[in-house]
Design a protein around this ligand. Sequence first.
Ligand SMILES: NC(=O)c1ccc[n+]([C@@H]2O[C@H](COP(=O)([O-])OP(=O)(O)OC[C@H]3O[C@@H](n4cnc5c(N)ncnc54)[C@H](OP(=O)(O)O)[C@@H]3O)[C@@H](O)[C@H]2O)c1
Length: 106
Amino acid sequence: MNAIKVLLIGAHGRTGRHIAQRLHDEAIPFRAFLRKSAHKSEFAALGAEIALSDLTHDFSHVFDDITHVVYAAGSAETEGVHEVIATPLYARPTTRSGAACARSSW
Ligand SMILES: NC(=O)c1ccc[n+]([C@@H]2O[C@H](COP(=O)([O-])OP(=O)(O)OC[C@H]3O[C@@H](n4cnc5c(N)ncnc54)[C@H](OP(=O)(O)O)[C@@H]3O)[C@@H](O)[C@H]2O)c1
């Protein structure tokens, strides 16, 4: 069985940053999915691998070696309806599942 490696989508968001800190604290390897290179250093300091990409483009390359995915991207407060529509359905679980990821304990 592969060693655990988590892909954290939306790592720089409010929810994502809490999860990133928790992953770091629990010594769980993870890859931070970011869309802005300016945010890389924050997650590199937590020991994360970085995947720079955008959910509205092809991001299939970010899944290499990934065993678990946490989706914490997209906020109704910050993303307009056009962003929501542009994001492929396969990349966008329900808000409830995003919140569940954020609340679950490892
Ligand atoms: N905060 C809460 O209390 C709460 C409660 C229940 C559910 N949720 C759900 O949890 C999820 C995250 O909420 P949040 O409050 O943490 O949101 P947030 O602070 O606005 O963060 C959203 C993150 O998603 C990223 N993102 C948005 N569109 C993207 C795209 N096209 N490609 C790549 N990354 C993208 C943003 O990237 P940038 O940093 O580059 O902008 C940001 O880091 C949402 O689904 C929300 O409905 C949140």
